[in-house]
Design a protein around this ligand. Structure first.
Ligand code: GRF
Length: 191
């Protein structure tokens, strides 16, 4: 199976870039059709453009409510015949209706070993809790935050010398590999 992928971002877009590269190198069979950002000044937009990928801004602030924003998002995904949505640093929480409509078609990457450390500031919290291992998780997105079915994870050992900044770097490197691995896995599973 080869998916038509849309990557949703709000910021930096390093995971996005890895997925685009994997598509261009032929590491994955799926195609990156578009990058969508809800943030008009996300750094990732320029990076996607440089890679020759179609970009689309759907700024949630320009809609009266979440429902209208999501309708516009759904319309665009349908128009582009997207069948796999990869959230990569997308900072908008999606509604129950939207996640039901796109059930098992939205992936998210989260910088912790879920179900531990849902939400924000995961690295700082992991260090404060004195856990020995952290990592990252790719999961299907459902109506609850960082709670959908886990597809795969990568582990990172936390050293005494680690800070949230050093840990973020280490985890991000693992995230980049993990996202590609998961897409490959889904291509096989569904194909
Ligand atoms: C990553 O740590 C990801 O796990 C989280 O947001 C961050 C996005 O980083 N959801 P980037 O924009 O892909 O560089």
């Amino acid at each position: 199976m080869a998916f038509n992928i849309a990557i949703l971002i709000s910021g930096n877009g390093s995971n996005m870039l890895e997925i685009i590269k994997a598509y261009k190198d032929g590491q994955i069979n799926s195609k990156v059709i578009a990058v969508i950002s809800n943030n008009p000044i996300a750094k990732g937009i320029k990076k996607a453009k440089t890679q020759g990928i179609i970009t689309k801004i759907i700024n949630h602030n320009e809609f009266d409510n979440l429902k209208d924003f999501e309708e516009s998002l759904s319309d665009y995904l349908e128009k582009k015949k997207i069948n796999l949505v990869c959230l990569a640093g997308f900072m908008k929480v999606l509604s129950r209706d939207f996640t039901i409509k796109w059930n098992k078609k939205i992936l998210n990457i989260h910088p912790s070993l879920l179900p531990s450390f849902k939400g924000l500031n995961t690295h700082k919290r992991a260090i404060e809790k004195n856990v020995k291992y952290t990592g990252c998780t790719v999961h299907f997105v459902d109506e609850s935050i960082d709670s959908g079915e886990i597809i795969d994870q990568e582990i990172v050992k936390i050293l005494k010398s680690d800070t949230d900044i050093s840990l973020k770097k280490k985890v991000l490197m693992k995230e980049h590999k993990l996202y590609i691995r998961v897409i490959k896995k889904l291509e096989k599973k569904i194909g």
